[in-house]
Design a protein around this ligand. Structure first.
Ligand code: ARG
Length: 461
């Protein structure tokens, strides 16, 4: 047991208590941030004359050595320390002696851990965003290649009206684009530095909090020291944004699973992203899509868990807050893994264009357009709706599509129909006459694709 405290205790900590309380098994994940934060703190202490230059040089050198040794695998982070902060401080003192004992001047583990977690999450928010950007690149490529790939659009999972694959993918482009903007908002709001808040009430040393904030790339210091050590809002927001990302991925996965089924056969998942069955030789299963859909539960769970942990905590720091870490680490790893795998799966998926087209053709997805045809010839919409309804019934009874009816059959139900009805209800006409902004018509889609291309290019800069 290596602890940073003990002076006022008369007994050893019970072993079970020690293990229950310790966090090294998971907070070692941010050893790098802990060391970077300490370096900034020490530089500031020297600048303010609280440490001598010699002391600060020795500490910085010692910290750099610890970082290098850990990264090189020469120094193991072991469970004999209570947490990552104790590990670093104890190692520093081992290396440089008494000067190391001055590292913690004007600092508490409360502002230290608040800083470490913020630095860690801040970098991960950007990485999550970068992964989403790669997903958007793949989506946009598929869109560009499929502005003429007709497929049924669904409502209630019933064929509704024809759309294009580009249009369907565009819906997901919008979702993940919003996810990125949420991450950026969060990044901006979380980018304030808690260091220098001390345990809760600041310190009596003349710390320069603006300086450390700047050294660590923050927009500025947090303005209330009690809030600084007890704020975990940014993690709730990050978990919430990650939950929405998972919800989007899960919906997409559900569609891919459906589309990949024997009944739909709209897509075929690449062999590299499918799995087999131990008993049924014919099977090729969409396990990756199912796992992504399944893992959504743990990310939602983490969000609920953290919200519940925080709800009854009085100001300022309380140990309950240590519970934020495992949840957030697990969610970040899960979400990043899911986005990366999903992107690979989507990038290699085969779209069965013929099947999609065929499916759109055989499901009365042009019934609305047949009614619109009558309306354009002066029939009130409600009457037109009834006429086409009767035509659909007629077709269902005979196993036909609207396009298969003869002109006589059309005219038997309404004399308004003319020979141009076939052109009016062809899939291509149905799609390409839908030209309002956001609709699937090729010209409308082309404008949106251009906006998306510019958006992705602007992100490069
Ligand atoms: N492991 C602790 C946490 O994650 C670090 C802060 C400890 N502070 C304290 N006063 N015990 O929150």
């Amino acid at each position: 047991m290596a602890q940073l405290w003990g002076g006022r205790f008369t007994k050893e900590t019970d072993q079970l208590v020690y293990r229950f309380n310790a966090s090294i098994s998971f907070d070692q994940k941010f050893y790098r941030q802990d060391i970077e934060g300490s370096m900034a703190h020490v530089r500031m202490l020297a600048k303010q004359g609280i440490l001598t230059e010699a002391e600060s040089d020795a500490i910085l050198k010692g910290l750099r050595g610890i970082l290098e040794d850990v990264e090189a695998g020469k120094l193991a982070i072991t469970e004999e320390y209570e947490d990552i902060h104790s590990f670093v401080e104890a190692n520093l003192i081992d290396r440089i002696g008494d000067a190391g004992k001055k590292l913690h001047t004007g600092r508490s583990r409360n502002d230290q851990v608040a800083l470490d977690m913020r630095l860690y999450a801040r970098a991960e928010v950007l990485e999550t965003d970068e992964l989403l950007k790669k997903l958007l690149e793949v989506l946009l490529r598929i869109m560009e290649e499929n502005t003429e790939t007709i497929m049924p659009g669904f409502t209630h999972l019933q064929k509704a009206q024809p759309v294009t694959l580009a249009h369907h993918m565009g819906a997901y482009f919008e979702m993940f684009k919003r996810d990125r903007s949420r991450l950026r908002d969060i990044h901006e709001r979380m980018n304030y530095c808690p260091l220098g808040a001390g345990a809760l009430a600041g310190t009596t040393y003349p710390l320069d909090r603006e300086y450390t904030a700047e050294l660590l790339g923050f927009s500025g210091p947090m303005l209330n020291s009690m809030d600084a050590v007890s704020d975990r809002d940014y993690l709730v927001e990050y978990l919430s944004a990650m939950s929405v990302i998972m919800m989007h991925l899960s919906r997409f996965c559900e569609e891919i699973i459906l589309w990949n089924s024997n009944e739909y056969r709209f897509v075929e998942i690449d062999d590299a992203y499918s799995t087999g069955s131990s008993i049924m030789p014919q099977k090729k299963n969409p396990d990756i899509a199912e796992l992504v859909r399944g893992k959504t539960g743990r990310v939602y769970g983490a969000l609920m868990s953290l919200l519940t942990t925080l709800k009854g905590i009085p100001l300022a720091y309380n140990k309950d807050m240590q519970e934020d870490k495992e949840l957030v680490f697990d969610s970040i790893d899960t979400v990043k893994g899911c986005i990366a795998l999903f992107t690979g799966m989507l990038d290699t998926i085969h779209f069965c264009r013929e099947r999609m087209n065929d499916s759109a053709r055989h499901g009365f997805t042009n019934a609305t357009d047949a009614a619109d045809y009558l309306v354009n010839h002066g029939v009130p919409f409600r009457d037109a709706h009834g006429i086409v309804g009767r035509l659909v019934l007629y077709c269902i009874e005979r196993g036909m599509a609207l396009d298969d009816l003869s002109l006589e059959e059309y005219q038997a139900i309404s004399p308004v129909f003319g020979a141009d009805i076939y052109e009016a209800i062809s899939m291509e006409t149905c799609v390409n006459r839908r030209l309002t902004i956001g609709a699937p018509g090729k010209a409308a889609m082309g404008k949106v694709i251009k906006v998306y291309r510019e958006y992705l290019q602007a992100c490069e800069k």
